[in-house]
Write a protein that binds this ligand. Structure first.
Ligand SMILES: [Zn+2]
Length: 265
């Protein structure tokens, strides 16, 4: 009886927390309130900025800000025109470049975007930056971190613990889940590989977002091919969370004609 009630309660919780991804229309499980995701992200973001040096490369810093501003503006306009502005209601965009040779980039829930200098040789051009920018912004707009944390909380901790995590805004478990879900890396033993589903969805949306901002989505094929040929030696963290293989490139190519329909000239 208790088990059954728990099941009903859980089913109710899941149904009441179902959301829909813009453009792709996919239904997703969202357990964490978005304002809490954003406030947790802001905390992580300010400690990240304290612990990591910003780049001193004024030219590239400005390029990141320009590409970020163009894409975020295009996304905002599109969502507003389609009555979906709630999707990013708590967003306060910021685009930074940090002094690190690691090839990496991420966008937090709430729109804080960080590029690492080490990804620029793979990006090469502004359109190459737009590939990564569009992809990372897509993860945030589609609330992938929340969905991954929600799935992980249920799988790893069961319903009782999920409720517990939901109730404590700044618990260490929750903070660790968040940094893992964003792709910042975490040293507390929780790994959360990006699911292929999220990766393909972020690629798909990212192509559309870069096209909306006037960049050529064909550049994505070139970027991911450079990533795939990143050479031997230690694999960059970004590649372990974003595998660049033939499947990915084939799916990108297939999604380009749709993205071109959104292209602003
Ligand atoms: Zn990704």
């Amino acid at each position: 009886m208790i088990l059954r009630l728990t099941f009903i309660a859980l089913a109710f919780l899941l149904l009441s927390r179902c959301a829909t991804v813009p453009l792709t229309g996919r239904h997703q499980l969202i357990l964490f309130p978005e304002d809490q995701m954003v406030s947790m992200s802001l905390t992580s973001y300010s400690s990240f900025l304290k612990e990591n040096k910003l780049s001193t490369d004024a030219v590239n810093k400005q390029r990141i800000k320009n590409v970020g501003a163009r894409i975020s503006k295009a996304v905002e306009q599109y969502l507003a025109a389609n009555g979906l502005q709630d999707q990013i209601a708590n967003f306060q965009w910021e685009f930074n470049l940090v002094a690190s040779n690691e090839p990496n980039a991420w966008c937090m829930p709430g729109g804080k975007v960080v590029f690492y200098e080490g990804i620029l040789p793979y990006c090469q051009t502004d359109a190459g930056i737009a590939v990564v920018m569009g992809h990372e912004i897509a993860h945030a707009v589609a609330h992938h971190s929340n969905e991954r944390m929600s799935q992980q909380a249920l799988i790893q901790y069961g319903q009782a613990a999920a409720t517990e995590i939901l109730g404590h805004n700044q618990s260490d478990t929750r903070k660790a889940l968040l940094s893992a879900a964003i792709g910042m890396g975490t040293n507390v033993g929780i790994t959360l590989p990006f699911s292929r589903k999220h990766e393909y969805e972020a690629d798909h949306l990212g192509l559309i977002f870069m096209a909306m901002a006037g960049y050529d989505p064909n550049e994505a094929v070139a970027f991911w091919s450079r990533m795939a040929n990143a050479g031997t030696g230690k694999q960059p963290e970004f590649l372990s969370t974003h595998p660049a293989d033939a499947n990915r490139i084939a799916k990108l190519k297939a999604a380009i004609p749709e993205a071109m329909k959104y292209k602003k000239n």
